[in-house]
Design a protein around this ligand. Structure first.
Ligand code: GLV
Ligand code: MN
Ligand code: MN
Length: 419
């Protein structure tokens, strides 16, 4: 008798709960930042579950974690399915974890059914997708797809920890995972993720078939003024970088997004130095996250940011220095993979729609080396990067079912690959 591989919804929901306890925060979210002890504990739990099922477990020099189930044709590169286990400092329990644990559930479903696939399938948990402790994000998938990572040696985390030491310690904490080189040929990649926006929930649609990811740029603006006494320095004598920073932010927020509904501008971190209550700051530094689906619009937004910051700094007799720390052009997913995911949703009779991802994901980099695509599921009120992030259990299970269906369709046949 042939068993049909089937997602075990209870098992998946139980796993989501178990992983949400690792780094859990009092407000119901998770703090499991990249390469932290909590991140290591989550990797360990996943590896132990995998070894318990007889799968092979590997890691590479970036601490990307891979779980392999062999296919009949060992010569074919594997199909990768997965996401990430690290979180924002006040992150939700589904961002990354849903995709990683659903991929593992799909692998277990195949194992439960003793199903044979032609291709080997590997579940992957990419390292440092979030980029909040160590910038930039998506480090694991960037390295896997051939980025030059030599400059990363000197990266220091937001908590002062050196990146290279933390990666080393993370790898050493899981000696059961065999070490292998970074990068390898793959046949394709599928990632399930929460939408992190409101459209699927609003439109009562279970499945988003992601066709592309918009571009992102991260910049750091540093405005230099002159430190001075808060009480004695009159207006005419002040060179206050905080005044310039506030004016620049106000002007940009009043124009960039209100003039273009596809544009995104976020100032997520700001610091004043020396940071004393009764001193005019010497320097104010803030980060800017810019996003747009069209590269020429991103160029225009960056140019506007540079112009406004320089002008507002000059108006206060200050100096603005602006550096681009991360430039991630958007990417379109493979039509063949998009069609496979749509077909999987159709077979399962699930309402679905095509959409663009506003968030960046590891799939963006995988799409550069292999056919890749993403499946989105709705999240409550579109909330993410927030401890209240919530996915209805039924939606989580539907997403995992589409992932399994698409995985089975792909792993049975050879994909065209550009590797
Ligand atoms: C990913 O976490 C993003 O910021 O888009
Ligand atoms: Mn994510
Ligand atoms: Mn995230």
């Amino acid at each position: 008798m042939t068993l049909v591989p089937k997602i075990d919804g209870e098992r998946l929901l139980g796993r989501l709960d178990a992983f949400a306890r690792i780094g859990s925060t009092p407000a119901g979210g998770v703090n499991r930042q990249a390469f932290s002890v909590e991140d290591r504990a989550a990797r360990r739990l996943l590896a132990e579950l995998a070894l318990g099922r007889g799968f092979q477990v590997f890691q590479d020099g970036m601490a990307n974690l891979f779980i392999r189930r062999w296919g009949l044709d060992a010569a074919q590169p594997p199909l990768l399915i997965g996401s990430h286990l690290d979180s924002q400092p006040t992150g939700g329990r589904f961002d990354g974890a849903l995709g990683t644990l659903s991929a593992f559930e799909a692998l277990e479903a195949l194992e439960d059914a003793r199903a044979q696939t032609l291709m080997s399938i590997e579940v992957v948990a990419w390292s440092n997708e979030e980029g909040s402790r160590f910038a930039p994000g998506v480090m694991g998938s960037m390295a896997f797809t051939g980025a030059d990572i030599s400059a990363w040696n000197s990266i220091i985390g937001s908590d002062g920890a050196p990146l290279s030491e933390e990666i080393e310690a993370t790898i050493a904490a899981l000696p059961e995972a065999k070490l292998r080189p970074i990068g390898m040929p793959i046949s394709g990649y599928i990632e399930l993720h929460i939408e992190q926006g409101p459209s699927l929930e609003k439109e009562r649609t279970s499945i988003g078939v992601v066709t592309a990811v918009q571009g992102t740029r991260w910049l750091e603006v540093s405005i230099q003024g002159s430190a001075g006494h808060a009480g004695t320095t009159g207006l005419a004598y002040r060179r206050d970088p905080m005044v310039a920073a506030v004016a620049a932010m106000h002007s940009l927020q009043a124009t960039i997004m209100p003039h273009d509904t596809s544009a995104r501008l976020t100032v997520g971190r700001i610091a004043a130095k020396p940071g004393s209550i009764n001193a005019i700051p010497q320097t104010v530094t803030f980060t800017v996250d810019l996003r747009h689906p069209r590269p020429e619009r991103l160029d225009a937004m960056e140019a506007e940011l540079r112009r406004v910051c320089a002008a507002e700094a000059k108006a206060q007799n200050c100096m603005a220095t602006i550096s681009l720390s991360f430039d991630m052009p958007g990417a379109a997913f493979s039509p063949e993979m998009i069609e496979t995911i749509e077909e999987a949703a159709r077979r399962l009779d699930l309402r679905h729609k095509q959409m663009i991802s506003g968030a960046f994901h590891d799939a963006l980099f995988l799409a550069r080396v292999a056919p890749a695509a993403m499946i989105f599921v709705p999240c409550r009120d579109g909330l993410s990067h927030n401890e209240s992030e919530f996915v209805e259990p039924a939606d989580a299970i539907c997403g995992a079912r589409v992932l399994l269906e698409a995985t089975v369709m792909l792993a049975r046949s050879r994909l065209k690959t550009n590797l």
